[in-house]
Design a binder for this molecule. Structure first.
Ligand SMILES: *[C@@H]1O[C@H](CO)[C@@H](O)[C@H](O)[C@H]1NC(C)=O
Ligand SMILES: *[C@@H]1O[C@H](CO)[C@@H](O)[C@H](O)[C@H]1NC(C)=O
Length: 179
């Protein structure tokens, strides 16, 4: 026993144990990817999704319910901010038929996102995927009416953001279909 101890003194054994422990942890960590990151891998724009989802610190380690809430809320806030922007453009004399149409499309998108948040609250998970698609289609309707005049429309970046956000909503919503 004394011979064994003199061969491998405690400090070396401790270091070996630590190295094994750390590499073991790293290996198991690589096998369990966060749900938010798994979701983002299924979206149209991984980097955009990661930034949007993790801008909410609650996304870390969150389950699908909380992630759905985060995604819908982000899209809802984005849509209301852009609707306010369109309304103020209309007020400041930029009145045009296409801008007015866009406001209608955004109001439609906001109603649907509010419905999605409400459904989540009441744990009504049916149809969340279709509502996500409807939101995206509303935004595409706006883009189709302003996209080319003037080119590119100052709304295009906002439309593009909300299209990507509604795609995140769709991917999260799909987690409620096959279960
Ligand atoms: C990602 O997509 C794959 C293939 O459609 C699906 O099996 C998987 O459940 C999805 N995962 C998430 C987290 O969306
Ligand atoms: C919409 O969300 C995106 C992604 O989080 C962000 O970059 C953008 O500034 C937001 N736009 C508005 C108008 O809220």
């Amino acid at each position: 026993m004394a011979d064994f101890l003199s061969f491998t003194p405690p400090p070396l054994a401790f270091i070996l144990c630590s190295v094994l422990l750390v590499s073991g942890t790293a290996a198991s960590g690589a096998g369990t990817t966060e749900l938010a990151t798994q979701i983002c891998r299924n979206t149209s724009s991984y980097a955009f999704c990661q930034e949007a989802m993790y801008s909410d610190p609650r996304a870390v380690g969150a389950d699908r319910y909380l992630l759905a809430y985060i995604a819908y809320r982000q899209a809802y806030l984005n849509a209301t901010e852009t609707a306010d922007y369109i309304a103020s453009e209309l007020k400041s004399g930029g009145a045009s038929g296409s801008l007015r149409k866009c406001l209608g499309y955004y109001e439609e998108a906001i109603r649907r996102l509010a419905e999605m948040l409400g459904n989540l609250d009441s744990e009504t998970f049916y149809g969340l995927d279709q509502l996500s698609i409807d939101v995206e289609n509303s935004v595409r309707g706006c883009e189709a009416s302003v996209g080319n005049s003037p080119s590119p429309s100052p709304l295009s970046k906002r439309n593009d953001d909300l299209i990507k956000l509604s795609n995140i909503c769709l991917v999260v919503s799909k987690l409620y279909i096959y279960l």
